[in-house]
Design a protein around this ligand. Structure first.
Ligand SMILES: [Zn+2]
Length: 359
């Protein structure tokens, strides 16, 4: 009897070890990452030996030595400042779905759909999202944000005014480069302020593009107090660069299985007129740079609206034919010019206005 118990304990230890190594290597997938190995491992997590073997193949030997420590730091410690951190458990499976080599180079378009707009959430994650939680992954070895995930609901909304975030110096932050501290998950959704696991170095243009999704989620929860939105924001870096090349944003309204909100988009951490050194965060400004608070920026927005294929309302994320009376009275600041197909707009989480498009 005792012997059996001991065996179980030992097995348990081995198994836990395998799980921990899976956690430790779960870093953003870089273009050259051996994807097949990760997928294999993800499928066979139940089998201790296979997972361990796969782990050896995937990660360099250096990481293996400190697996235990890293895992403790990365997987189980939750931010003391956050509420309701839940029991979100991270596996490498969650990173295998996307890498930077899937997106074309930045050409001035800030947002593109990924995976036809379908988030990479698992069934288990969607089930678990019927209760609110927040999770902010620990910084990686380079001090970079890894990802943040929440099932946002009425009880994650902020209960106090937005606080100071200037105490946090995100990876790649350089002075006088017009960087903004971008929340992975916005204060308006989970009330996080100076949480270093939730703030990255980002351009104004990316920050602004993120807001569209943040506003939509916040409005939806306020209108539907019992509803949840599963939401994940993952920054992606090339190799050891300190500034993310962009973020993958995934969101889905849980109770109605994405009928109200569903998007999977990549946002470029870039901006016209900014020549960014992503390795260290230095920025050169070219003559194309436009100060976002200038009149020139307003004129550029007007021009973009005039040339847009569709125009969306920022508060509802409903998109219209540019001539539709339904968007005519909306202020320019709440109008989003879209230059894409109807299908792409929907994949980016916008919904068609039925009287002008959906008919
Ligand atoms: Zn319309």
């Amino acid at each position: 009897m005792k012997m059996k118990k001991l065996m179980m304990l030992l097995l348990g230890t081995v198994f836990t070890g395998a799980l921990i190594s899976a956690c430790a290597e779960a870093e953003p997938v870089y273009p050259e990452a051996p994807e097949t190995v990760i997928i294999e491992e993800a499928e066979e997590t139940g089998e201790t030996e296979t997972a361990a073997e796969a782990g050896e193949e995937t990660v360099g030997t250096e990481d293996q030595g400190e697996t235990g420590e890293t895992a403790e730091a990365a997987g189980t410690v939750t931010d003391p400042g956050s509420v309701n951190t839940g029991s979100y458990e991270q596996t490498s499976e969650e990173y295998a779905y996307f890498s930077l080599d899937q997106v074309p180079a930045y050409n001035g378009t800030q947002v593109i759909p990924v995976h036809e707009g379908m988030p990479f959430f698992t069934e288990e994650e969607l089930d678990a999202a019927r209760e609110s939680y927040e999770y902010y992954e620990a910084l990686d070895d380079l001090g970079r944000c890894v990802f943040a995930q929440a099932s946002a609901g009425t009880d994650t909304l902020p209960t106090r005014e937005r606080g100071d975030i200037h105490t946090v110096r995100p990876s790649g932050w350089q002075k006088n480069c017009k960087w903004e501290r971008c929340h992975l998950i916005a204060h308006s959704i989970t009330g996080e302020d100076a949480n270093e696991r939730n703030l990255i170095t980002g351009t104004h243009a990316m920050n602004e593009a993120m807001q569209v999704y943040e506003v939509r989620i916040t409005n939806y929860i306020k209108d539907n107090p019992d509803a949840h939105v599963l939401y994940r924001v993952t920054p992606y870096y090339y190799e050891d660069e300190l500034v993310a090349s962009g973020v993958l944003m995934e969101g889905m309204s849980v109770e109605n299985e994405g009928e109200a909100i569903r998007f999977c988009v990549f946002l470029y951490n870039a901006q016209t007129g900014e020549d960014i050194d992503y390795a260290l965060g230095y920025v050169d400004f070219t003559e194309d740079y436009i100060d976002p608070s200038s009149e020139e920026a307003e004129r550029a927005k007007e021009e973009a609206l005039e040339n847009a294929d569709y125009i969306a309302n920022k508060n509802s994320m409903i998109f219209h034919d540019p001539d539709c009376s339904g968007i005519a009275k909306t202020r320019n600041s709440n109008r989003i010019p879209l230059n894409c197909s109807e299908e792409e707009a929907e994949q980016m989480g916008y919904r068609p206005h039925y009287s002008c498009i959906g008919a």
